[in-house]
Design a protein around this ligand. Structure first.
Ligand code: 5GP
Length: 193
């Protein structure tokens, strides 16, 4: 999505060799008109799929997932992070390693909001090593629901999450894929899609 690449070039900050900050429009302040355009693009990319639910993970996926839900006219569920081990029988749980905080935590979704009838589009803001999305996949599988696709705003192509998930056969669409970024110069190079 060219408008996104342009916006990242203008407003993105390469924090270090592995972390890009897009706080001005996605992760702190939210440019809702622009996020709406990204939601429309996800709708275009997955329009042939019978999606009736969107799943993301708190907190930074919620904004883009909610607006994408407007385009699909379907409910949006976010997996909640919980510090303690939750043994409630009414929830699906899994463990996820956080890229940004470098720690493991448990995530959960209530059984009320994910069922075998669901055809799920997984949405997240960033893809690095793929742990967050793999955790969401596990929750969908535990619920017996179907994964129709995975939509990511920014994939860092120099980390292997996207590659691994495509190799597993998932339909992954990233609105921008970063090939390389240099913290010294701030230069960001995108993969041609
Ligand atoms: P993964 O699980 O794929 O390794 O990392 C994805 C998760 O970590 C996303 O949910 C996102 O919140 C966070 N993340 C990974 N890389 C970045 C990054 O470069 N910038 C920001 N802002 N978040 C990131």
């Amino acid at each position: 999505m060219q408008a996104l690449e342009y916006k990242i070039q203008q407003e993105g900050i390469v924090k270090d060799a592995h972390v890009l900050k897009v706080d001005s429009f996605l992760n702190h302040q939210m440019d809702v008109l622009f996020i709406d355009q990204m939601g429309a693009e996800f709708k275009r990319l997955f329009q042939d799929r019978p999606i009736n639910k969107i799943l993301t993970i708190e907190a930074s996926g919620i904004g883009i997932a909610a607006i994408t839900g407007l385009h699909f006219q379907c409910p949006v569920v976010f997996a909640k992070k919980s510090a303690s081990r939750n043994l409630d029988a009414d929830i699906y749980t899994t463990n996820v390693h956080s890229f940004t905080h470098d720690r493991d935590y448990q995530v959960m979704v209530s059984k009320r909001y994910l069922s075998p009838d669901d055809h799920v589009l997984i949405i997240d803001d960033f893809m690095a090593n793929g742990c967050a999305v793999e955790g969401l996949i596990e929750l969908v599988e535990k619920a017996g629901a179907t994964i129709e696709g995975i939509g990511i705003v920014v994939e860092k192509g120099f980390q292997d999450g996207g590659k691994r998930l495509r190799e597993r056969g998932y339909h992954v669409e990233s609105l921008a894929i970063i090939e390389a970024m240099d913290p010294a110069s701030g230069k960001i190079t995108f993969r041609k899609q």
